[in-house]
Ligand binder design. Structure first.
Ligand SMILES: [Zn+2]
Length: 488
């Protein structure tokens, strides 16, 4: 039943730009006297401009424009030399002016695209636009009364709007992770989702498979983790399919997500753009850029995740999956780079693959279990490089390597001393292993006969037995050579 339908998803991401001051005044945007502006006394981080006092005039922060253009360049957007700030009129207590300064028909960045890792090949998702706007304040609801805190009013945001070109919750998740790593790499956004400085609205609709027109969409607002966004979208897709299948119609509306119950709930019917009565802000001149300035910014772009991914595939022969996982995480790719740099030049594909396996496997597990960032842990690139070296040369087995890593994670001791202390050195001595293997063959004659007759699958049985008999220290490759030799 459900395969008749396909979901169509478009995402709107708000990134809080990590400039020092707000977009139209000199109030701090992030930190003041060592404290986050969100944490200081309510309404202390304000001035006549960001509280919308009569007669106060906004002055545009140049850094904000620079950050928006960097985001546009990194997502292959057309940078608009001429853009305009507009007033988006609506009434809400956290918006004292009665309008939000945003950009409407002439945003600072036009069409672009972002490449996301896909199953077999990367997929390109269109970006419709990137525009600048100011954040609103915050309503605080207490028992019996509500209050308004304007500390956040006027903090700079960019809104990155995608085309409706994602067809599953996983694709939406991949897009968000890619975009998140991009803005963090660019250094234009802190990317802290809990604090709401990278937040996402998802437009979800369903249609009969093969149809070209879009179905009516619902917008899921303000979900603050990748996993919850994926779950919210997944829930919403199934909900809409149920509505259509049972003969109903999807209503255009804004929905919230309840992560405890894993459901989306209707909040309000969705406004249309014309409800906001956008018009150009008469207090702000049109924004004019010069091609020279834009080119200067382009020249200063750091290596971006998609370039990094291509380089990893090319230079280290990593699979597109591995290269994508690394390049999408600044902490993983930084650690990878520092580790691989410790190997002498040459064909580094084997150590690179081994480093990725440790990073994305055991180390990611240890780091999330302990809630400790990899960079803050006791494991250093030197540890990882040494561990890869002894694993590849067969000094320790793969289970031994895991054990060493856990030990290093806990103690920070050098790899060779851990191996020594825990007696993990693999037995790679034929003389020592042969009698063990012979004994296993003798006590399992039928399996030995079957293996000899060509049932290759049984080799793992013998290797397993030898590992057991040697307390995990036998070199498995050598064991299988010995088994073959003894059975021949
Ligand atoms: Zn201010």
């Amino acid at each position: 039943m459900q395969s008749e339908f396909e979901a169509v998803i478009g995402l709107e991401v708000h990134c809080q730009l990590s400039t020092r001051s707000k977009i139209f005044c000199a109030c701090p945007a992030r930190m003041t006297e060592g404290q986050s502006v969100a944490d200081i006394t309510p309404n202390l981080n304000t001035c006549p401009v960001c509280t919308g006092q009569p007669g106060a005039l906004p002055v545009l922060n140049k850094k904000v424009v620079e950050y928006a253009v960097l985001a546009g360049l990194a997502t292959h957007c057309e940078i608009q030399m001429h853009s305009v700030f507009s007033r988006k009129n609506y009434f809400y207590p956290d918006l004292p002016k009665g309008y939000q300064i945003s950009q409407y028909d002439l945003p600072v960045c036009g069409k672009g695209w972002l490449e996301i890792p896909g199953g077999s090949a990367p997929k390109r998702i269109g970006i419709t636009r990137i525009h600048l706007e100011e954040d609103a304040g915050k309503n605080v609801h207490e028992v019996g009364y509500s209050a308004v805190n304007l500390n956040r009013a006027g903090v700079p945001l960019i809104e990155i709007v995608s085309e409706p070109e994602m067809f599953s919750a996983e694709e939406a998740g991949a897009y968000l992770r890619t975009l998140h790593s991009l803005v963090v790499t660019l250094g234009i956004c802190d990317g802290n989702m809990q604090e709401g400085n990278f937040r996402c609205d998802a437009n979800v609709s369903v249609r009969k498979r093969g149809a070209t027109a879009l179905g009516t969409r619902a917008e899921i607002k303000n979900v603050n983790s990748f996993r919850f966004i994926e779950k919210a979208i997944e829930y919403e897709i199934q909900r809409q399919i149920q509505v259509v299948v049972s003969g109903g119609q999807v209503v255009q509306e804004t929905r919230g997500y309840d992560s405890d119950k894993n459901v989306t709930l209707s909040q309000r019917s969705k406004e249309e753009a014309h409800d906001y009565r956008y018009f150009p802000d008469p207090d702000l001149l049109p924004l004019r850029l010069t091609p020279e300035w834009v080119e200067k910014l382009r020249g200063a772009l750091p290596e971006l995740p998609d370039q990094k991914r291509a380089r990893y595939s090319e230079q280290y022969k990593l699979s597109s999956q591995d290269a994508g996982t690394l390049s999408n995480s600044k902490s993983l790719s930084d650690f990878f780079e520092r580790t691989i740099a410790l190997f002498p030049a040459g064909d580094l594909s084997a150590p690179a693959k081994a480093i990725v396996n440790f990073l994305t496997g055991e180390l990611t597990r240890l780091s999330s279990e302990a809630s400790v960032e990899l960079a803050q842990s006791k494991v250093t690139p030197r540890h990882l490089a040494d561990l890869v070296q002894v694993s590849l040369s067969g000094v320790i087995s793969s289970s031994g390597a895991k054990q060493v890593l856990i030990s290093v994670w806990n103690s920070g001791a050098p790899v060779d001393s851990v191996i020594e202390k825990e007696g993990l050195k693999q037995v790679s001595d034929v003389g020592a292993l042969e009698p063990i293997v012979q004994k296993i063959i003798d006590s399992n004659p039928s399996q030995a006969a079957e293996l000899k007759a060509g049932k290759e699958k049984l080799m793992s049985f013998f290797v397993g037995q030898a590992m057991k008999a040697s307390g995990g220290k036998a070199n498995p490759a050598l064991v299988s050579q010995i088994v073959k030799k003894l059975l021949a």
